[in-house]
Design a protein around this ligand. Structure first.
Ligand code: TYM
Length: 322
């Protein structure tokens, strides 16, 4: 049994990239009987969301999405990052052994700088808080998409640096588990699916607009009757995620010719419905019971906090502030 830790930022609502890159794996790891700590990364979202109503709505939406995809609060800790404030204490302490150059090299910061976006200190030190998230729960495994790999490596570096600096073994080394289903899910335009590219399909997008977005996926102009290359087609790449077992048969149809992209898109819609309909139904049930969702998050926070407090006892002792 492994201890698994991961989170999704409530900066918008989760999309298909978050699902196949991360959330679906959480459910698989839960089904394998691991100890899971899964949270809503609201402190991290604060680096860009500066509207309380938006933060509350997004947080609630991520909670419902987690429950919708099948995370079971009876077996795992499902919680809001900010309900375990000890993580900010660990973040500060890790920051005190973190070389500044590490933050200067962090992708998220460098990207924002390259785009001339204003960078707040929260964004700059984002990887330190993320390392604290990971290390405070003694995580063995961190399932994330490719774009978060550097952050998990920073958590490894900071774990080593902390234990070495204070000659202790207070913190445990985590390992990344990069996109077992898909390291990078592509979006409507063929680039990485991301809110910042405006190319996402929301995981729980209402069916009508979900289907409309699938129909809008960019394809090439190969005529219907001609053979097509499935591996070069965004529709096929998404289909493979929703229905890996059925993908070879669809690939055959591409190669044989006589099938237009419109047909392929219909197959994709059907496969997505088969996967998502049970999730849609489960989510709707939780959505109808807001106090239950609040209770689930409160119970999850209690479980998470108990573990975090134990780590913090070791950490405070190691640095001499207990
Ligand atoms: P976030 O909210 O941007 O994304 C949540 C998860 O979805 C994955 N992901 C993708 N995977 C494949 N293809 C894509 N197109 C795609 N887009 C997103 C991300 O890699 C991620 O696993 N910093 C994190 C949240 C966080 C966290 C943590 C995660 C905070 N603390 C501790 C793990 C451990 C983030 O912004 O993820």
């Amino acid at each position: 049994m492994k201890t698994v830790l991961s989170g999704v930022k409530p900066t918008g609502v989760p999309h298909i990239g978050n699902y196949f890159g991360a959330m679906k794996q959480f459910v698989q790891l839960q089904e394998q009987g691991n100890e899971l700590f899964i949270f809503i990364a609201d402190y991290h979202a604060l680096t860009s969301v500066h509207d309380a109503a938006e933060m509350r709505a997004n947080t609630r939406s991520v909670a419902l999405d987690y429950l919708g995809v099948g995370l079971d609060p009876a077996r795992i800790a499902l919680f809001r990052q900010s309900d375990v404030p000890e993580v900010t204490e660990l973040s500060w302490i890790l920051g005190c052994v973190c070389p500044k150059g590490m933050m200067d090299r962090a992708h998220a910061f460098k990207d924002a700088q390259a785009k001339n976006e204003s960078v707040n200190i929260g964004l700059y030190t984002y990887p330190v808080l993320m390392a604290a998230d990971i290390l405070i729960y003694d995580a063995d495994l961190v399932p994330v998409g490719q774009d978060q790999k550097q952050h998990v490596e920073y958590a490894q570096d900071l774990q080593e640096k902390f234990n070495h600096t204070f000659s202790c073994d207070a913190l445990k080394r985590p390992e990344p588990m990069i996109g077992a289903l898909s390291a990078t899910v592509i979006g409507l335009d063929g680039r990485k699916m991301s809110k910042s590219y405006d190319n996402t399909i929301e995981l729980f997008e209402p069916k009508k607009s979900f289907d409309k977005k699938i129909k809008s996926i960019v394809t090439d102009s190969t005529p219907v009757e001609e053979p097509k290359d499935p591996e070069n087609c965004s529709v096929f790449k998404l289909y493979k995620l929703f229905d890996p077992a059925g993908a070879p048969a669809l690939a055959e149809k591409y190669r044989a010719g006589g099938m237009g992209y419109g047909h392929a898109k219909n197959f994709l819609i059907e496969a997505a419905d088969r996967e998502l309909n049970p999730h849609r139904e489960r989510r709707a049930k939780f959505e109808a019971d807001p106090s239950l969702v609040e209770k689930i998050l409160a119970d999850g926070a209690e479980k998470a906090r108990a573990k975090a407090c134990k780590t913090m006892e070791r950490v405070r002792k190691a640095v001499g502030i207990s």
